[in-house]
Design a protein around this ligand. Sequence first.
Ligand code: PLP
Length: 387
Amino acid sequence: MNIQNVDKTYVAGTYARFPVTIVSGKGSLVLDESGKEYIDLGSGIAVTSFGVADEVWQKAVIEQIGKVQHMSNLYYTEPCARLAQMLCEKTGMKKVFFSNSGAEANECAIKAARKYAQEKKGEEYYTIVTLENSFHGRTLTTLAATGQDHFHELFKPLTPGFVHAPANDLDAVKALAKTHKLAAVMIECVQGEGGVIALDKEYVQGLAAFCKENDMLLVVDEVQTGNGRTGELYSFMHYGVMPDVVSTAKGLAGGLPLGATMLGEKVQDIFGPGDHGSTFGGNPVSCAAALSVLSRIDDALLAEVREKSAYLFSVFEGAEGIESVSGLGLMIGLKTKKPASEVVRACMDRGVLCLTAKDKVRLLPALNIPKALLEKAAQVILDCCRE
Ligand code: PLP
């Protein structure tokens, strides 16, 4: 049996995979088993921040593997402590809980919000507002947080305590605060899975002020938008707000599993021993990878991300077959005249890997993708949208 048939036989059928088996790569180029080369504009869905098999990243990972690959959270390890310090110094947050994925990072954020509100205001203050069209993960609690009904249908009952408000509608949140005892509001500044849609600045600022006035926590889900993806280290930095909790994962460790929940001043001491935990959370190899990734996301790289973003907007806006362009930084959505899945297929045939998000073609290239590759890939996309 070839690999695709082995996979179809033995791997649970949760993914509609493309008929491509990737065997290796370098940077933003990956190779399939027939030797065909692709320019990767998906980065493992915003994970491989510096592309595939990046040498600096590899060195950090291999060095740590040679020292200790795992010790449990019963002991201290340097990469975990140093990474928490780096995250706090770069964001102004105060403490970090480490897990392994975006959903887990959000679970921790939700637990922090519930514990804070219950201690501060009373047991009945557990409801969290999330936005319609949001995506926060696949566990039963983060599914409940996700404001898209079709994800919920086969898995009820979900965790109670979530209500959804339309994006960019502050009055809707204010109305929910009258009918529910709210603990927090949780947002993605750019809805990723929902179609690469950035929230309005005025709305996010109004929301932050409303949360502060009412001692509700502002939780920002930076799982997809974080770690340089939008042209700032975290997307909240574009909005001039300071969240109480920030969750991230995906690109943080550049291709190894790592989730982080950053706790701001109000909730920095919300957890005590036994309140939360994770066997693999803060794993030294993942943390060493993340230290390497984060230390490379400096002002120069962020400027490069913004410059490449401006280039992509300029080539796609108004192009034949493209109705609109959305997103922030290297998180870009294209509303195409043809169905997005058709464009993605055509691009793949021509050696460019793109993603979809709802009815959009979604691009999430590596932060350091060479400009020449980006130009080549953009040309392929333009051709596939036009023809
Ligand atoms: N939150 C957001 C905004 C996401 O985009 C995702 C995944 O796409 C998640 C949470 C879930 O992350 P994970 O798949 O690592 O659990």
